[in-house]
Design a protein. Structure first.
Ligand code: GRF
Length: 205
């Protein structure tokens, strides 16, 4: 373990199960990283409650309180900076991020998507996978760029799709993998083991 842990700020809009997986991994000493701040655009997001339970500062930043998206995101950037955040983790954050956030944390924002990118970008990825009829789906952790769900892939995990799957059963199978690979990707970043070359991300052994 390094002396100085990577300071993570998590943006979440909903139940926050990925946030929980990251907090748990950190508390179990599996991460050279700690969640120092949670921000939600939704006042009653369960993610904020999870933060509270772990003594992590949580803030609701309401987009409606701002003139436009730029000012809203500037408020997020300010809050992240106030807490000296070095890695921004999107975990079920249901808004498209703009260049305000991306340029403020260039190369240091990651997201998890419940499909094997570049397949099934956007909303309802699990439903898209079922409707398409793929035999395998999964999840992808990737760097965030202005190209939605199109940034360089860090880690992926694969799950089978069964004939009797529903959106719920497939989502649950994928979510189990999300909770594994998101902390793993964060640990790789904390250890400085990722090297980006264009679209490719190499893991330094
Ligand atoms: C996950 O399926 C994640 O892949 C997607 O949004 C969902 C968030 O779930 N980006 P949770 O809030 O982390 O439980």
């Amino acid at each position: 373990m390094t002396q100085h842990k990577l300071r993570i700020g998590v943006l979440a809009s909903g139940r926050g199960s990925n946030l929980q997986a990251i907090i748990d991994a950190s508390e179990q000493g599996k991460l050279d990283a700690e969640v120092v701040l949670v921000i939600s655009d939704v006042s009653d997001a369960y993610a904020l409650e999870r933060a509270r339970k772990h003594g992590i500062p949580g803030f609701h930043i309401n987009p409606k309180d701002f003139k436009n998206k730029k000012e809203y995101e500037e408020a997020i950037v300010n809050k992240l900076r106030e807490h000296d955040v070095r890695l921004v983790v999107l975990a079920g954050y249901m808004r498209l991020v703009t260049n305000v956030l991306i340029s403020a944390f260039e190369g240091n924002i990651i997201n998890i998507h419940p499909a094997l990118l570049p397949s099934f970008k956007g909303l309802h990825a699990q439903k898209q996978a079922l409707e398409y009829g793929v035999r395998y789906s999964g999840c992808s952790v990737h760097f965030v760029t202005i190209d939605v769900d199109g940034g360089p892939v860090i880690l992926q995990a694969v799950v089978p799709v069964f004939d009797n799957d529903t959106e719920e059963t497939l989502s649950a199978r994928i979510l189990e993998k999300e909770h594994i690979i998101y902390p793993e990707a964060i640990q790789l970043i904390a250890e400085g083991r990722l090297k980006r070359e264009g679209k490719r991300v190499f893991i330094i052994q």
